[in-house]
Ligand binder design. Sequence first.
Ligand code: FES
Ligand SMILES: [Fe+2]
Length: 448
Amino acid sequence: MASVIDSSPKSRKLADTKKLREPEFLNTPITPDRYYSKEWADREWDKIWTKTWQIAGVAAQLQKTGDWLRADFGTESIVCIRGADDEVRAFYNVCQHRGMPLVTGDEGHSDNKRLTCPYHGWAYELAGKLKTVPDEADFIQGSPCGKMNLKPVQCTVWAGFVWINMDENAVSLREYLGPIAEQIETYPMERMVRTHWVTIEGDFNWKLVQDNFNESYHVPFVHPQTKFVMEYSHNYCQFDLYPEGHARMFMPGAGPTKMLRGGESETLEMMAEELEFWDLDPDQFRGGKTGEIRAALQKAKREQGAEKGYDFSSYSDDQLTDHWHYTIFPNLSFSLKPDGNIWLRARPHESDPEKCYFDMWYMTLFPEGQDRYYSYSMSEWVDTSVVAPHEQGKYGEVTTGPGIDQDVEVWEHQQRGLHSRGYERDYLAWQERRVRYFHENLEKWMAD
Ligand code: FES
Ligand SMILES: [Fe+2]
């Protein structure tokens, strides 16, 4: 497969960690109607979903000519397919004859270099041109071939993902992402393998998901277990809000450094697997020394990375241990770790603003020469030869992992609370300003 970015370590620069100036805020009330109004959702469709860059799937799904993947957003369905010329293209997943979707299912392969409609057999070239139709001479208005072609959608392969944009006039993905594109490129994304793929059919508006991942104020209450392994206080985090509408947060990980929040034994127990992987003895941090774990891990990863099959040369020390968390407007959020990333996003439901599809993908970077190893990010063994099945269902039927499931449970309840006559609007803490910024960007896009 043609790689779009040069992933050699020398080509990658260290990520820029400069703190940005804070933007001006308008402080428009975030009223609850935007989480359930159909009128608001319809405007979002016109102004947001059909205008912004979205991930359609993972580039590894399209390795050979004829491989395709399907991505649904709201009422729309898009098919991305690798052509005979090796280009990846995207089209609306609809036949130009009488509107039948061309593909169903998440992914597949067209082995005759045609995308053929299952209804009456119109056959399109992989570049979208209608090539053959049954009974071609019977079209008294003239043959549809070469005329009734598939409708293209903007498409780019970048950072191991296939991205689409339904707006033919949209700026390029790179321009859309701004400076965070280069930061993401410090990670060898195209070498990561999707080892988890889960979709929750959520009974909540998609914005509750993005709001939640735009703040860590909830973390000690919703995820009490994390107090043993990270500095969740906003005082230790850096927040940057980009003019393009995206945001990032650096949060120190690998054991509480500034003060011991959790019990020492719990911290060491939760980190034992990771410490031992890096040849560190958890017991050496007993006696009030958990604050030394972060630096010790950074040093160990530096020294032993190569021999364990990792190339960490493009990471700064804090990328080796900390949580580099990003939100991309409107609906993507992800945490980058040296050996893998979790990507989270919600897609709009086709008709109901009080529902959405919440996707979780875990992308794992396997050490060179190994096809199975213990992922301390996911706390389980992962195997590169096993392609992640797409698990889909309601909350409780499928799991996004113990931590993220705690967030999902909140949204299921919060959606109901937003309908209460006793709730009027938000009242945000300063550390939640990424939530504010997300809504102000939303308002800006919807007004345009
Ligand atoms: S709808 Fe596709 S061939 Fe008829
Ligand atoms: Fe959370």
